[in-house]
Design a protein around this ligand. Sequence first.
Ligand code: KG4
Ligand code: ZN
Length: 344
Amino acid sequence: MLILGIESSCDETGVALVQAGATGVPLLRAHALHSQIEMHQAYGGVVPELASRDHIRRVLPLTRSVLEQAGCALADVDVVAYTRGPGLAGALLVGSGVACALGAALNKPVLGIHHLEGHLLSPFLSADPPQFPFVALLVSGGHTQLMQVDGVGRYALLGESIDDAAGEAFDKSAKLLGLPYPGGPALARLAEQGEATAFKLPRPLLHSGNLDFSFSGLKTAVLTQAKKLGAELDARRADLAASTQAAIVEVLVKKSLSALQQTGMRRLVVAGGVGANRCLREQLNAACAKAQVRVHYPELDLCTDNGAMIAMAAAMRLQAGVEQANRDYAFDVKPRWPLQSLAY
Ligand code: KG4
Ligand code: ZN
């Protein structure tokens, strides 16, 4: 079964082809991505209307490109999968509309996929795929969640951010430090040259006794520190970046370890854009080695948004029999859509 996956929930257009048998780990045949970073950079963040218009321009050329890479024809596609939510409504409508139009034209079924389930299952595309069950640390731009994952579609929320997500903490702190959008990778790069212990920043909810997160206070602390530094900020920016990153990473690592302890699980899967962060990977690797827990990540280029994870999630849902692709073609999108609502 050949699955075409289309991702268009935010500022990246991703298209991919995944081949799935009745059993076994599905195989990525080809994927292509267009990032809108350059276009949005002038505005310091994503402009939703520009994002939608750019998805329209990119989605069909990218589809042609993956078919060519895989040596396939459009008629070979068995199922068209697309991101149904969560995300920007207009951006989601582009991918959904194109996927359903392709499905209708080809008389092939379609399947709407939850973006975060795509992230969650993206480590199955790596050279070292995990096995169920596991604890997942989901750290995307808008979400920070710890989930207990017992199988495809079996997701129980253990804890989540009560305000800003870790990705937002990276992005907003980066903005306060005068770094360009997207802030997370820029702050991480600057932090490499700084001293992580230079500033004492809060570790919110670290000892709360539950698995929830809160990052909005950290952003305020960064702002206060930046103001206090005044003219000195320029010379200390790398130190402040490193201290900010250290605060975010410490909370993510300690809460992940608590989730593993609480559930008795011996496997951790990290997914979402912040999962590309080197400092987070190093500290999680060290903590998990000590606790004798295996940790899995998506390949670096599949940490942030892409079409491969959407095709993969569709393949795994179909294989597991959790859902059937349909010939309804009457799509709707879900800009807000809690992942745990997929549980059955
Ligand atoms: O999963 P993702 O690509 O998009 C969403 O679904 O939201 O995550 C994007 C988030 C942004 O907040 C971005 O700043 C962050 O991931 N990010 C990073 C790194 N790469 C991406 N944060 C810290 N370090 C990185 N290397
Ligand atoms: Zn994402």
